[in-house]
Design a protein around this ligand. Structure first.
Ligand SMILES: [Zn+2]
Length: 166
């Protein structure tokens, strides 16, 4: 009897977990999208893709094929930092860097970004003002409130994608 109750409880918790997960990550956001990061299946599934415009000095500007491929997916796309260095938007960001990133995005996708998500979900007040001044909608919900999937995460982040059914 006790065993039956325990398994029933586990199933109930499992169902609640899946329902909470589905509702909390709706629409499905995929982070860390750039040319050499391949996660085709996840890109197809996603609703919103957050793009890093210049990861490791490799601008999306110079990659027409990749830009066309992302565009053909017909997803909502947003800007995810500039180079995505560690806590990038907690440090000083020069206007020119930000304007260049927006231009790179625009050249690649033939549209201006309207959404911005800071890398690591961290942004200081000064940079927040800069983002808003450029008419970008700042998206900085905490992970718990809105879990998101990472495009091809590094080893220690991999279990997260698994837990979230990415
Ligand atoms: Zn990121």
């Amino acid at each position: 009897m006790k065993r039956k109750l325990t398994s029933l409880l586990i199933v109930a918790i499992g169902i609640i977990y899946v329902l909470m997960l589905i509702s909390s990550r709706n629409p499905l956001i995929v982070d860390d999208v750039y040319q050499t990061n391949t996660c085709d299946g996840l890109l197809e599934k996603a609703d919103v893709l957050y793009i890093i415009p210049n990861f490791e000095n490799n601008s999306i500007n110079n990659n027409e094929d990749w830009c066309a491929k992302i565009k053909s997916l017909n997803k909502t796309i947003g800007l995810h930092g500039i180079k995505h260095s560690y806590h990038e938007f907690e440090k000083e960001i020069h206007d020119e860097e930000l304007v260049l990133a927006i231009k790179e995005f625009e050249n690649c996708f033939e549209e201006k970004p309207t959404l911005f998500r800071p890398p690591y979900n961290r942004i200081n007040e000064e940079n927040e003002e800069k983002i808003l001044k450029l008419n970008l909608t700042l998206y900085k919900k905490k992970f718990i409130a809105h879990p998101y999937c990472h495009c091809n995460p590094k080893s220690f982040m991999k279990p997260l994608n698994w837990i979230l059914f990415c």
